[in-house]
Write a protein that binds this ligand. Structure first.
Ligand code: FAD
Length: 470
């Protein structure tokens, strides 16, 4: 389809736009190339124009203009998503929200911000204001926007204490603009938040967020080494259950991931050691180490508060060793690496991790991130996979699921196939209300494009179902 971009531009006076094809293509991409499958499928995707509003009025003006001309709109924060979420499959407008980014208000326990605010910059402001910080952030904290996190992410650093974006209370309130002739602003709270969390911007543009804050401590990175993956996993699981220890992140990295791919940390990591990488509050480190000494075979390899300036130079923070930064570091050394996202359900997670990794050997390297979901410590896996073929990747996924570990497939760009978010009747009804013409991020919600698609599967989804709401 070709859209009347000239007419659109005429209706967007006062708003920054860019239609140089090379620049538009650059902004039409995210970290989809992490997946060899998505790389093959999405490499050619490009919008026709980038529109960069800096206020809610400008967002509304853009949506009204695009709606009037039947032009699709795909929102983008800073484009760090891994599943092609922010890629405009039908072209049209790439709505760049990076410049709509002010922190508007900070209070005790919460803040209000515009969607394009970078998470690390929000933390700078809340720390300076009252020694508070975000409860949760992805490992892309230094570059990713809060709106993009809510619409496209799931959890990360902080999830060991607070759970994920799916969990009650981790989002307080959102303002969302609808895609209509006269776009409205909806205020969502409570159950309604589940409509837009991790919905890829398919049912509204987030124009304001109100999010909870936690206490900002001085976080220390601690790395412990273990001789077996089983011991590392068991230790991490038990450490996560120590409620009195103020932890911010807790990961298991199997050998030889650290030794081969954490280039700056390499000198601290003896061959063969499986790593437990922890972020703990400065005042919790002594207790953490005392706890570790009770656990046979735990060896302290690094604590960041005891490094000389020389040793600390150039070392990335522990959160940039975890989550998808583990994958990033591996990919930089070995482009044939890819990854999966695995849930090891409570309460058999430790057993299951061991059984699954024994089954695959070196083809699938273990990387676990411990999280507290519904009050229970369990782990989420982002294992590294030595990629051979798409068929083999599908086989590896199928084996995980047969063995009892649901996969949230990062090699799919639709909500349904990605598997974190369920499209049910309530989700579709909200889409009909907020985007009746189906112009928001088209192609990402199968149930919308294909009325015959059967979305009533027995699958496990990470985010809460809307149909269960009263
Ligand atoms: P984008 O990629 O720009 O957008 C994400 C989705 O949100 C898209 O569908 C987009 O259309 C939509 N969107 C953006 N802004 C809005 C808005 N205002 N209204 C409605 N929809 C909108 N994710 C995690 O959850 N946890 C992690 O730990 C994590 N680690 C990562 C590590 C690496 C190295 C990489 C490359 C990615 C990682 N991610 C992680 C994925 C991603 O970085 C985060 O989810 C990030 O928060 C996305 O923010 P963004 O601004 O880049 O969003």
């Amino acid at each position: 389809t070709t859209y009347d971009i000239a007419a659109l531009k005429a209706r967007l006076s006062g708003i920054r736009t860019e239609d140089n094809p090379a620049l538009v293509k650059q902004k039409s991409r995210d970290f989809f190339w992490y997946s060899p499958v998505l790389k093959r499928q999405l490499d050619q995707v490009s919008a026709d124009i980038v529109v960069s509003p800096t206020s809610e009025e400008q967002v509304l003006q853009t949506l009204a203009a695009a709606h009037g001309l039947g032009i699709p709109v795909t929102p983008r924060g800073t484009g760090t998503g891994n599943y092609g979420q922010a890629m405009p499959l039908s072209g049209g407008v790439l709505l760049d929200l990076a410049g709509f980014n002010k922190v508007k208000r900070i209070e005790h326990g919460r803040y209000v911000a515009e969607p394009g605010a970078i998470m690390a910059r929000i933390d700078d402001e809340t720390r300076a204001h009252s020694r508070q910080e975000l409860r949760l952030h992805p490992s892309t904290y230094q570059t990713a926007s809060i709106g993009g996190f809510i619409a496209g992410g799931s959890g990360g650093v902080g999830s060991i204490k607070w759970g994920g974006l799916r969990d009650w209370g981790n989002i307080i309130r959102l303002k969302v603009a609808t895609m209509e002739a006269s776009p409205r602003i909806l205020e969502l709270a409570g159950d309604d938040l589940h409509k837009v969390a991790h919905a890829y911007g398919t049912n509204g543009i987030i124009t304001e967020v109100e999010m909870p804050l936690g206490p900002a401590y001085d976080w220390v990175d601690v790395i412990l080494g273990f001789d077996t993956l089983r011991a590392a996993t068991e230790f991490a699981n038990q450490l996560g259950e120590q409620d009195g220890l103020a932890l911010k992140n807790l990961a298991v990295i199997a050998a030889p991931i650290g030794q081969d791919y954490f280039l700056r940390h390499k000198k601290f990591l003896p061959q063969g050691k499986h790593l437990v990488v922890v972020m703990a509050a400065d005042f919790a480190v002594e207790a953490l180490l005392a706890y570790a000494r009770r656990f046979r075979g735990a060896e302290l390899l690094l604590r960041s508060d005891r490094l000389s300036a020389e040793e600390a130079k150039g070392l990335p923070p522990a959160y940039e060793l975890g989550w998808n930064h583990t994958t990033l570091r591996a990919l930089r050394v070995d482009p044939a690496i890819t990854y999966l996202q695995v849930l090891y359900p409570f309460p058999n997670q430790v057993e299951l991790v061991e059984r699954i990794h024994a089954r695959f050997g070196d083809e699938v390297l273990c990387h676990l991130e411990f999280v507290r979901f519904d009050g229970k410590i369990t782990c989420f896996g982002l294992p590294l996979v030595r990629f051979t073929t798409e068929e083999r990747l599908d086989e590896i996924i199928a084996v995980h699921e047969e063995m009892g570990a649901p996969i949230f497939n990062p090699h799919r760009y639709t909500l349904e196939e990605g598997g974190m978010k369920q499209t049910d009747d309530a989700q579709l009804a909200f889409k009909r209300e907020a985007d009746p013409q189906g112009l928001l991020n088209p192609g990402k919600m199968i149930a919308w494009e294909d009325p015959d698609y059967d979305y009533r599967s027995g699958k496990t989804f990470l985010f809460r179902s809307l149909s269960e709401a009263g």
